[in-house]
Design a protein around this ligand. Sequence first.
Ligand code: NAG
Ligand code: NAG
Ligand code: NAG
Length: 433
Amino acid sequence: MAKLKQSNSVCVHLLLLFLCASSCVPISARVAPLLRSYEKSIFGSNFHTVYDTSKYGLLQLSNGLARTPQMGWNSWNFFACNINEEVIRETADALVSSGLADLGYVYVNIDDCWSFATRNLKGELVPDPKTFPSGIKALADYVHKKGLKLGIYSDAGAFTCQVRPGSLFHEVDDANTFASWGVDYLKYDNCFNLGIPPKKRYPPMRDALNASGRTIFYSLCEWGVDDPALWAGKVGNSWRTTDDINDSWPSMTTIADLNDKWAAYAGPGGWNDPDMLEVGNGGMSYQEYRAHFSIWALMKAPLLIGCDVRNMTAETFEILSNKEVIAINQDPLGVQGRKVQVAGIDGCRQVWAGPLSENRLAVALWNRCSKVATITAAWNALGLESETHVSIKDLWQHKVIAGDAISSFSAQVDAHDCQLYIFTPLTVSLSEE
Ligand SMILES: *[C@@H]1O[C@H](CO)[C@@H](O)[C@H](O)[C@H]1NC(C)=O
Ligand SMILES: *[C@@H]1O[C@H](CO)[C@@H](O)[C@H](O)[C@H]1NC(C)=O
Ligand SMILES: *[C@@H]1O[C@H](CO)[C@@H](O)[C@H](O)[C@H]1NC(C)=O
């Protein structure tokens, strides 16, 4: 009985601790709402309904990173397991020489297969001596000298997906190893997870990275299991919302729709991640890749290039290097754009939009079907007040196509193509709400 009492009081203490943890931490970590005020002469009264951001900011991880979505490159989509230190170095070189690094693509992320099949006698991860003979520290030094950052990969399980050692129950050792190598980013996968829920397996690595003393971007890749948008804001800087993308139109569109569901939860410090870009890998048309890049930019997805940047076509480079599209993704307001209007059979005619800084809007007209279509964006659907006059710049044609539009805007869009615009209101009064 006495024993029972004692354990009860331990429970009470734990409960108090828990209550404190769940009420004190979020308050201290709470950040300002994303859309506190809006310009009433420009936007309609439905603005906060169309662009709900109410779920953002309650539980943000505060390591200072990811103020805008991460940009860079990752080895998986093109190279899969066929990587080595030469490929990584040459990719870093190409990011710089092509000008992509200057546009913001700074993370050079090594995915699965860098590690040897077993840990060393001290229990540490070691790079595969055949493919990474100089080691990861040397690679980190190499990319840092070029002004870039190095990312690495591990898994919240017994093994990685390609059956290298996983970091589950080795979080502290592995985080310290990554920090000692000068790693800047960790993608943390979900294979061989022993059936333990992600909510249990992902926080220990957050804590271990933090305790390592090195600021390391923490990218959760748990495939959207248990709806990470609901809880990962306090765990990572980004969280995958879906299964892996593949280089096809059905995969890309399915993932865009799934990621859209969580728009209200994303913002500076923590982003929804619909997976890396397939632009340039050959499985989609130019129009489809342009749509892929436009929509990823608009929904504030990480822009992680997934092709061989040493050998890009002019079209691939044109898409990836569109400064104005990148600027939508990196806009300081940090509100995820979303699907705001769907029309036509099979939802062919779609309008996606999102608020930008300075009372502007990013607007995409996306033809999801295989026949050319005229798509109309109505001001009401965009959250614009019906009398608002806007000028419209087409970001793929690089020109202003309407100087003074009002109430709605229509354009013809090719099959599977996506037009992307910035709407700038012509009448801006400076009054705050
Ligand atoms: C560790 O977490 C604290 C609290 O969120 C934060 O202030 C600090 O910058 C973090 N340190 C690192 C190295 O990430
Ligand atoms: C790619 O993804 C689509 C949609 O999820 C799926 O139907 C298809 O089987 C996938 N293809 C490959 C090669 O995995
Ligand atoms: C470069 O890409 C083209 C396809 O765009 C391919 O045919 C060629 O083999 C690639 N070259 C190298 C060196 O990988």
